[in-house]
Design a protein around this ligand. Sequence first.
Ligand SMILES: Cc1ncc(C[n+]2csc(CCOP(=O)(O)OP(=O)(O)O)c2C)c(N)n1
Ligand SMILES: [Mg+2]
Length: 794
Amino acid sequence: MTDTAILRELEKKVLWLASWMIHNANHLRENPDGLKVGGHQASCASLATIMTALYFDVLRPEDRVAVKPHAAPIFHAIQYLLGKQTRERLEAFRGYKGAQSYPSRTKDTDDVDFSTGSVGLGVAQTLFSSLVQDYVRMHGWGLERPEGRMIALVGDAELDEGNVFEAVLEGWKQGLRNCWWIIDYNRQSLDAVVREGLWERYEQLFKNFGWDVVILKYGSLQQAAFKEPGGAHLKEWIDRCPNSLYSALVFAGGAAWRKRLNDDIGDQGDVTRLIERRSDAELAALMNNLGGHDLPTILDALHAVTHDRPTCFICYTIKGFGLPFAGHKDNHSGLMTPAQMDAFRKANGVRPGHEWDKFEGLADPAKIDAFLKRVPCAQGRDRRLKAARVPVPDELPVAIQPVMSTQAGFGAILNEIGRGKDEFANRIVTASPDVTVSTNLGPWVNRRGLFAREHMADTFKSERIPTTFNWEFSPKGQHIELGIAEANLFILLGALGLSHAINGVRLLPIGTLYDPFIARGLDQLNYACYQDARFIVVATPSGITLAPEGGAHQSIAEPLIGMAQDGLASFEPAFVDELAVIMRWAFDYIQRDGEATPSERNWLRDETGGAVYLRLSTRPIEQIRRPMTATLRQQIVDGAYWLREPGPNAQVVVAYTGAIAPEAIEAVGLMAEDRRDVGLLAVTSADRLNAGWTAAQRARERGLVRARSHIERLLADVPPHCGLVTVIDGHPATLAWLGAVAGHRTRSLGVEHFGQTGSLAELYRHYGIDANAIVAAAETVAPGRPIRHLKALP
Ligand SMILES: Cc1ncc(C[n+]2csc(CCOP(=O)(O)OP(=O)(O)O)c2C)c(N)n1
Ligand SMILES: [Mg+2]
C-alpha cells in the first residue's frame, strides 16, 4: 500500500468518525433540553482531505495550526487516530466535558494549538504568532528548536472579517515569514453561496502584500481529463461555471452533470466522447475532483513550499464533500438522517457496533497502524511547551512627584525598569497601535528600542535634528510598533502572551492603548483571554477625565468590561504608589499557572494567574506620602483599603475608584462637620473585590460558613444605618453592588452619558461626579441635619 493509498483510507476514516461523532451527539445520545446540538457535518467534509494531508503527512512537530472552527470534529477525529483523543470525549462531543464544538486550547485535551470560534481571529492569530516566533528567535531565545510554520485553515467566508486584512497589512509591515493560510474555498458561507470571482480579488490582494499565492483548483482526475481530446472545452466550461450552478450540480449528481454538460457543450465532438466514456458515478467523481479534495494535488502543493515567504493556498473544495448534501446551499446546519447515516456506514464498510473502532473498514489495518505511529507531527515531546517563570523584583522603584498622573507613573516605572540589564527587563515586550508616545511608553522605547527584523536608523537622529524620541529599529528592540488597529494589538498580545506555550520562551507583554478603544478590539481581547494568554493591557487616558482631549475619546463601559471579562484582572488605581504595587503583582500574576482553588484570604483564584487590565488617567493629582506597608500592599492588590477608616458611629462612607480621588477626598472634608465618622474607601479593583465577594458567598452556600471576602471584612464594622456613596469616572454600576455586601443604603455616582468637552470642574459638575454631587448624594442616603458645606447645585 502506498502512502497516498493509506492517506486515502485515513481521509475516509476521518470523515466517517467526524460524521459519526456529530450523528451520535444529535441522534443517539440523550439530549434532554430540546436544544439543537448540531455539528456542521458539511463544513467538516470540505476540509477532510486537506486536513488529512496536513496532519498525517505535511506538518512537522514545530508547526502550529489554527483550524477553522467548524472543522473541529475532523480535528478531534484526527487526534483520536493519533492516540491523543479519547473515545469518551468523542462520544461526548459538544456535551459536558466532551470534545468541544470549536477547537479550544483551554477546554480540549487533544493539543489544540490555537482556539477558534469567532471567525477570522484564529486566522490572524497565526500571523502574529509567526511575528512572535521571529521576535523570540531574533532575541536569541528558543534557538534549540527548529522554526515552525504557523498555519491557518481558513473558511472562505472568514475572509469577510476585516480583522483578517488588518493583520495582512501589519504582517507586510513587519516582514512576515513562515505563515500559511490554507483557504477552504468551498464558495459557501452559513447562509448561502458566495460572490463570483472572489478568488481573483484574494489572489491580487495577497500578492500585493508580499504573499505567494497557490491556487488548487483542479484535482488530478480533472487534470488528466483536460489532456484528453475535448478536455480543453471541459476546462473552459468549468472555469466559466458560476459558483451556484456548480454547487447545485454537485448536489444533484452524475445524471444532472451529464445533462447540463451535454446541453452546454455536448455538441462539440471530442468533449461528448469524453463525457460519454464515463458512467454517471465516474462523471460525478470527475466533476467533484476539485484541487482541495485531491490528495496528490494537495501534497504536491504543500511540499513544494521550501521557502519561508508567507503563502496563501486557495483550495477549491465542496462543502459537504462525500456526503448526501454536498454542495447544497442550505447544508451548513444540515445533518444526515439516520437512513442516510446507515447508508454512509455501509459505504465505509463499518459494521453496526463497530462505529468507533479505529481500523474498522480500513483496507490494511496493520500497515495503517504502522503509518500512524510514524506520522511526523505526532513525534517528539508535548506540543504545549513550558517555560520557567521570570523572577520579578520585590518592588518596582519609581520617583513619585508631588503631583502626578497614573499614566505618568506608568511611564516612569517602565523607564526605571528600562535601565535594568536583568532577565526581567529583557523579557518585557511592549506594543502599541500608534499611541506609544501618547501613552507614555516613549522613555521605555528610548532605552530599549523598537523591534524589526532589519536595522533601521532614526533618520532624524542621523540627520542631527533634535527629537525627543529615538525611533530606532533593530532585531534586539523590545517595542513592537503597530499601525492603528486595536484588533491587531489584542491578537498580538494574545500571541506574545502564549509564547511560553508555543515557543517555550516566556515573555512579559505590555500593550498600551486609549481606554475607549478597548471596544475596538474587544472580541480580540476576549479571544486572547479565552486562550489563557498572559499580558498586561494599559488603557489610558480614560473616562471623561481626559476632558479637553475630546468627547469622542471618553470611555464609560470599560470598567464593566474589566469586571465581566473572564481571565482578566482589572485595576484602576488613583495613586502612583498603588500603581507600582499593582504592576509588580501583575508581572508575577501573568506568569502563574497553579490550581484553581480560591485562597481563603480573598476568595480569589489567584494561583491560576491570568491577564491584567490597568485603567489609567492623564489627570495629575496630589500624591499621598506614605510608607508602603505589607498590609497596604496586600489590600491594594485585593481591591480596596480605607483611606480614612470610618468611626464606630459613621453616618457616611464614600467609596471611590481612580482619578476622581481628589473629589472624594474633598467631599469627605466638606461633610466632616455635619456627619459623624465619615469613611473613605479607596477601591483599586472593583473587579477583584466583586469576584472575591461572589466566591465567598458561594462558598458559604456550600457550607463553608466562615468564608469571608476582603470587602466583607472591610465593611463588617460599618454600622448598618451608615449610608454609602460610590463614585467612579465610569459606569456607576461598577461600584453600585457595594451596597448589597452588608446592606447599606447606597447611592452610586458615575457617568452614563458622554461627549461633552470642557475643564475637569465643568465636566465633573455636568455629569454629577464632583465633590458637590458626592455631598448631595450623601445627604439622601445618610439623613441628618443639612450639610452646611453643600454648595448650591447648578
Ligand atoms: C464572528 C463570527 N460571526 C458569526 C459566526 C457564525 N458563523 C459560523 S460559521 C459561519 C460561516 C462560515 O463560512 P465559512 O468560513 O466559509 O466556512 P464553511 O462553513 O463554508 O466551511 C458563520 C457566519 C461566527 N462563528 N463568528
Ligand atoms: Mg465556506
